[in-house]
Ligand binder design. Structure first.
Ligand SMILES: Nc1ncnc2c1ncn2[C@@H]1O[C@H](COP(=O)(O)OP(=O)(O)OP(=O)(O)O)[C@@H](O)[C@H]1O
Length: 454
């Protein structure tokens, strides 16, 4: 076997010829090529050989991805503070406006902090870095980086990253704080505010069957990811809430957010310039959230009340605006990611283009109406903590005969903590409203009568 090995003199002479060759190439390159070109060639050779022979592999997760937020970065931001422990020597802490100051502060990862995570037998060391932009209007770029062994690359891609996403979602589901986001056009980013609306399905004054229907619909939507995938439909559901002001449309949105434990993105149609803008705004929202567009009737000036005489140019303007709105809603369905609930509210459904209301754009239409006796009882239970009273019968009678919104009834019930006083005040309010309506009806009759004889 030893015989097969080359002799020492052969090895030395091979090494000498290789070195001579390398020197010759180097001299030729130095003589013939400009210095910058030579440096470039050497750096390429270095990069190639070091990548080929190195056993390291680096993953980088930047905060932006394809002109939107990088969802993996957002998930990492939620997950990493929960694993940062003895392996790190610093932690960023703070409170936001909505935090309980007596509770421990919220943790976050400081820039340049190194920390380790153990997953499936691998020890992965992460760093959060940031790059300051050269131009003042470009935001700071932040990214997590981690170098692992090349042989672990597949495991990290296939199992560790999905694990980060899943764990972040579980943390969000368990967390008791929700946020409502509004889009800041100047900074091109969503601004979160703590969402602490107390409305729940329990406190809502609406027909119990309707509540049941909405809750079941939401549950079945959340459970049917596979169904949506099999039938080739986007995993989204569109709800239209319509009804007079003060009947609880916004309260219903809040009840849904609390029920689903979902953040709300409050989207302003007026703030969106074009399709590209919309897609950019939507890609920076997170999955499993509610997209809310309130008072959509105020967006379109179009009136479908065909009894009204409208100028030709007005009709054309309305049609343009309607087209833009339909495009906007279709854009929502296309670009807003998965597991989304899209809610549109309006005071006047008749003003909306019927094309907007078709299934696929708006799947479920919910009418929020005036206060019924059952609605009043719900409000009395929430505001006064009472289930019955001898004044209830009298209130039921008036409430059935007029149009009082739950907001108006709730307003009266808040006047006093003393149930008797509050109920008495409500009766007076309802009676005066009834009287006002009757007087207005008589007045209208009189006007019509006079007009007939003129
Ligand atoms: N159905 C309801 N159940 C319980 N509370 C209600 C209901 N409707 C209205 N309220 C009370 O009235 C207030 C105003 O209601 P809300 O803003 O939800 O009505 P809205 O229909 O969204 O009104 P708008 O069309 O003007 O936006 C709520 O904060 C809540 O206290």
């Amino acid at each position: 076997m030893l015989k097969e090995l080359p002799s020492l003199s052969t090895i030395l002479s091979a090494y000498a010829s290789f070195s001579a060759m390398a020197m010759l190439i180097r001299t030729i390159l130095n003589e013939m090529l400009p210095e910058r070109m030579t440096n470039y060639i050497f750096s390429m050779i270095y990069d190639f050989t070091s990548a080929y022979f190195s056993s390291d592999f680096t993953f980088i997760i930047e905060d932006r991805w394809h002109a939107g937020d990088n969802q993996l970065f957002r998930a990492a931001e939620i997950y990493f503070p929960t694993i940062i422990g003895p392996s790190s020597d610093s932690l960023l802490v703070g409170f936001d406006k909505s935090s309980d100051p007596t509770a421990p502060p919220k943790p976050s990862i400081p820039v340049d902090c190194r920390f380790k995570d153990d997953f499936d037998g691998m020890r992965l060391e992460w760093t959060l870095s940031s790059i300051e932009p050269k131009k003042y209007y470009v935001p700071t770029k932040r990214f997590f980086s981690m170098t692992c062994n090349k042989r672990d690359r597949e495991r990290v891609e296939q199992r560790y990253f999905p694990y980060i996403n899943k764990t972040a979602q579980e943390i969000l589901n368990k967390s008791d704080s929700l946020s409502i986001y509004t889009y800041d056009k100047k900074c091109s980013m969503w601004e979160p505010t703590a969402f602490k609306h107390p409305s729940t399905f329990e406190t809502l004054a609406m027909e119990p069957q309707l509540k049941e229907f909405i809750m079941k619909d939401l549950d079945s939507f959340m459970e049917r990811e596979e169904f949506f995938e099999n039938v080739g439909r986007a995993w989204k559901r569109g709800y239209l809430f319509y009804g007079p002001p003060g009947t609880g449309k916004s309260s219903l949105v809040a009840a849904i957010a609390n029920y689903m434990r979902s953040n709300v993105y409050d989207l302003q149609f007026q703030g969106v310039r074009n399709d590209y803008d919309l897609s950019r705004i939507l890609t920076s929202t997170t999955n499993r959230s509610i997209l809310l567009i309130e008072d959509i009737d105020c967006i379109t000036t179009a009136s479908h009340d065909r009894t009204k005489v409208i100028e030709k140019c007005e009709v054309e303007e309305d049609e343009d605006e309607n087209k833009r709105l339909l495009n906007f809603i279709d854009g929502l369905w296309l670009s807003c990611g998965n597991e989304r609930i899209i809610i549109i509210t309006t005071n006047q459904k008749v003003k909306l283009d019927p094309a907007l209301l078709r299934p696929g754009r708006m799947d479920v239409h919910i009418y929020m109406g005036y206060c019924s006796p059952a609605g009043f009882r719900k409000l009395a239970a929430s505001y006064l903590g009472i289930k019955d009273d001898k004044l209830f019968g009298c209130i039921d009678d008036v409430i059935k005969s007029i149009e009082a919104t739950p907001a108006e009834v709730a307003q009266q019930l808040m006047i006093s903590d003393e149930p008797k006083v509050a109920l008495q005040g409500l009766i007076e309010f309802l009676n005066s409203k009834k009287k006002g309506i009757e007087e207005a009806a008589v007045e209208e009759k009189k006007t019509k009568f006079n007009a007939f004889w003129v």
